[in-house]
Design a protein around this ligand. Sequence first.
Ligand SMILES: Cc1cc2nc3c(=O)[nH]c(=O)nc-3n(C[C@H](O)[C@H](O)[C@H](O)COP(=O)(O)OP(=O)(O)OC[C@H]3O[C@@H](n4cnc5c(N)ncnc54)[C@H](O)[C@@H]3O)c2cc1C
Length: 478
Amino acid sequence: MTILASEGVSFPITLPIVIIGSGACGLTAALAAKDAGAEVLVLERDPVPSGSTALSSGLIPAAGTRFQTSVKVEDTPAIFAEDIQAKAGGDAEQAIVDCVTENAGPCLEWLADRHDLEWVVLDDFLYPGHSRYRMHAVPEKTGSALIGRLIAAAQTAGVDIMTDALVTALYAESNTARICGLQITRPDGTKEDIGCEALILACNGYGGNAEMIRKYIPEMAGADYFGHTGNQGDAVIWGHELGAATHHLSACQGHGSVATPHGILITWALMMEGGIQVNLAGERFSNEHQGYSEQAVDVLKQPEGVAWNIFDERLHYLGMAFEDYQNAVLQDAVRKADSLEDLAAVTGLPLDALGKSIAETAGGSTDRFGRNFAATKPLEPPYRAVKVTGTLFHTQGGLRINDDARVLHEDASPLPNLFAGGGAACGVSGPRINGYLSGNGLLTAVTLGRIAGQRAAELVAGHSLKLVMGGGRRSTLG
Ligand SMILES: Cc1cc2nc3c(=O)[nH]c(=O)nc-3n(C[C@H](O)[C@H](O)[C@H](O)COP(=O)(O)OP(=O)(O)OC[C@H]3O[C@@H](n4cnc5c(N)ncnc54)[C@H](O)[C@@H]3O)c2cc1C
């Protein structure tokens, strides 16, 4: 990944807007740019668009939507912003928090009205840190269905997506950092140059780059990465070379509940509704209601870096609403036990300690970890158990942007024509792993993606695609 000087380079084709990455951020940006009348090209390294978006649970938080109103949920962007800052310890950048919380609802309604995406609100349990039911999902409630619907919308809107197109370099003016084009490398090693008037970085973060994780998030260096391996930190690497500011590179989303060795996400709803985690000694070690992101670190600190999720038949049926959990059942990751003795036998955990841990779920006052079980039912037989580990889902730090999704220099002035959103930009989780509020990932992907697409379209208004036959002169637009 590198920056090349654009001086003297001619591009055979120059497009008004190019977007790197075809996850939720890139596709939303493309739809917004297209709606605003701009011609746009999306470049994707994979043969088929998927990204971390396809691997995700597809849950997007938004406040004050008509979808919430239809299930009688009262919510506002201001309450949502307070929840985000409470989780981030007040350390998320307020302007971006305000921007995404105010724009998330309109973004989802626009995707519904203009691009036929359907939304349902999950109103059967609250994710840690959310004070209102505000998780929106497509009816299938999966990230793969979300990306499938975004791709279909992009196709209907006439968005061009070039796949098998790994962007390996950007061309920038040496003195201004204006992006003039980029170089793509095809799977057979051939290289092609494409010019652009504005560039949107939607290529997510550095979760797939082990060296960057060791450098910026050392506490997760030993964790398995559960996100898309193609996310190699290109946006941050290019940004540093261009003189752009980066922020909160120590932030990430972890998850303390991935079935091992199966590698299947076990929904945190089980913990929120009464389940517990115990270590190999059968003992609880944390407040499971703090958040699943920081729980990754707590689980990894336990002997062998594993824990057992302990819950019961009632919660098992709650889990069955999720496709991932159904897969875990199909792959025998979920063990059933009719009694406490059975549970000790199927897990190999010490009976006495396990019994004491389960007895804690009947407690009515705040326990030594700060969890209060008063609002949930005590666990009772038959029980269920899944062995889990802590993993890294995605990084939350990234390029510093303003509320127009423009990438900023260290002095907060914007680069001439560079935008970023989703995992490429700094998110709203502050600098720590416990700052991640569920849904912060897709929140910034779709919301900032839409803003980046709109603002980039305004920047290039009146420009159209230009072809230069036979090379020679650099193509110009406008
Ligand atoms: C298991 C799991 C569950 C999750 N669940 C949720 C959830 O329910 N809610 C939530 O809010 N968040 C969730 N997340 C986080 C969420 O998936 C991400 O925050 C979100 O998908 C980021 O979207 P994006 O468009 O920025 O990146 P991506 O969807 O990862 O898209 C980036 C794209 O850029 C491409 N790319 C990268 N570099 C280049 C390059 N140089 N050239 C060309 N293409 C390139 C990649 O191939 C990829 O397709 C989850 C993550 C995981 C791993």
